[in-house]
Design a protein around this ligand. Structure first.
Ligand code: BGC
Length: 468
């Protein structure tokens, strides 16, 4: 087989990289708010409760964006949908940076969130449709990695602008630059997307067979490989998307939907985004009083998150999804319990406990990035039957953003109501429930074809066995 294929060339990688910029933007928007919050709070003199709204407005926007993505990307095509999302990224970032009140900022973040939701649905779809089969997996992993790189870059940028604000003795101002600067990569994505080809699968879907085939020619694939790709597209298209019909008529499809939604809730209830959005606050609680100390700590969180993603990429197809998930969730549960325990001790008397808490927090990040981070997205792309895949992914991705918004919008209230340490003990404790859920309901999907998973599911096998 291999001899049929040309080596992946720079055009293919340019396409992959440009589309994966959407992941970078998604990550930048997740990461940027953590560093800006303290400055926004000072500038607008708002309560923690309003801060929670500012954080979660983007996430509710993303829920909305995800829900309209299926229709947009079907009607306009993947490329135009990504261009629209890049435009919203540009306008939304600039609008955030010039907001004059907390309400305006909440509105601007909601608007920006629409771009995040649309991109989080359309970019992986485009990537999976345009990449030649043999590098499809690594293209999707590249997208995941870009999210973590985006978060890390946002933390670096926050540190730069945050610490200059402190040096200049300014209280507010620089949060505007932090939020506005994201318009630059958004412009790059827009320009890059302008020259990218439309997804060949979408072109076939709309009856433009010749144009679709020409895209592969422009990508300099060899004729034999083009024939294989085209045959696969035609075979896939014969299977009409009838998700709503399946939803109403097929209880096996509903089981897969419930599994996808549950997995995404679990990913978010792991508490990852509590750290992503509020890391500087957590460092403050652990005794890091200076803004620069908090910002540096946050940068280390971002680097750890990015690097540990490579562990998943390296092992997920060798060891399998479930062993990685068990290991990751045990690490996450124990380290969250440790963070909670240290924060419940007397930090003022022994400041070293703060360092212990932060070490445990970094272990938690490693546990997440090597397991739930990428693997839950992978499993959700594998469990839905082809005829209902679009709808299944719409449901599970929306569940990700809804639970993300709930977590992002309740953390500061939990700190106030439960206490700092107990909030982390809560997050540590619930990981045990998730491990039980994996044992009972989650299939191992390593090394099995999607067709086999589909026939197992539709024949009524228990969910945990559909990967066999
Ligand atoms: C999650 C995001 C999270 C990110 C952290 C992704 O898999 O869906 O919510 O912020 O990982 O790296």
């Amino acid at each position: 087989m291999q001899t049929l294929h040309s080596k992946p060339n720079s055009i293919v990688y340019f396409i992959g990289f440009t589309a994966a910029l959407a992941g970078l933007l998604f990550g930048l928007d997740i990461g940027v708010i953590s560093g800006a919050l303290e400055f926004i709070q000072k500038d607008f003199s708002v309560s923690d409760h309003v801060l929670e709204f500012i954080v979660s407005a983007l996430l509710w926007g993303a829920v909305f964006g995800t829900l309209i993505s299926g229709i947009l990307s079907n009607q306009l095509g993947r490329k135009k949908t990504m261009l629209v999302s890049a435009l919203i990224f540009i306008i939304g970032s600039l609008y955030c940076s010039i907001s004059n009140s907390s309400n305006e900022l909440i509105g601007a973040r909601f608007f920006l969130g629409i771009a995040v939701g649309v991109a989080s649905f359309t970019a992986p779809l485009y990537l999976s449709e345009i990449s030649p089969q043999r590098i499809r997996g690594s293209m999707i992993s590249m997208y995941q990695l870009m999210i973590t790189i985006g978060i890390m870059m946002a933390y670096f940028s926050n540190m730069y602008f945050g610490t200059t604000a402190v040096i200049n003795h300014q209280t507010g101002g620089h949060w505007r630059v932090m939020l506005g600067v994201i318009a630059i990569p958004a412009v790059l994505m827009f320009l890059g997307m302008l020259i990218l080809p439309e997804s060949p699968r979408w072109l076939f879907l709309k009856g433009f067979q010749e144009k679709g085939t020409n895209v592969f020619r422009r990508m300099l694939l060899q004729e034999e490989e083009i024939a294989t790709e085209v045959a696969e597209i035609i075979r896939n298209l014969e299977q009409k998307q009838n998700g709503f019909h399946l939803l109403l008529s097929n209880s096996n499809f509903r089981r897969a939907i419930i599994l996808g939604i549950s997995l995404q809730f679990i990913q978010q209830l792991s508490g990852i985004n509590v750290v992503m959005y509020y890391a500087p606050r957590i460092f403050k609680i652990a005794g890091f009083a200076s803004t620069s100390g908090q910002m540096w700590g946050t940068v280390i969180v971002g680097i750890t998150n990015m690097l540990a993603t490579f562990i998943a990429i390296a092992f997920v197809d060798k060891l399998g999804r479930k062993p990685m998930m068990y290991f990751g969730f045990v690490v996450m549960g124990l380290s969250m319990l440790a963070v909670g325990t240290f924060l419940n001790m007397n930090l003022e008397q022994s400041p070293v406990l703060g360092y212990y808490a932060i070490t445990a927090l970094l272990l938690f990040i490693i546990g997440f990035a090597m397991s739930a981070g990428p693997i839950i997205w992978i499993i959700c792309s594998e469990i839905f039957p082809l005829g209902g895949r679009d709808l299944g992914i719409t449901f599970s991705t929306s569940a990700n953003w809804i639970s993300n918004a709930i977590i992002g919008g309740t953390f500061l209230t939990m700190l106030a109501k439960l206490g700092n340490g107990n909030t982390f003990l809560f997050y540590g404790g619930i990981q045990a429930l998730f491990i039980i859920f994996f044992v009972l309901f989650v299939p191992e999907t390593k090394g099995i074809s999607l067709e086999k998973i589909e026939s197992n599911l539709l024949s009524g096998k228990p969910l945990r066995k559909i990967g066999k």
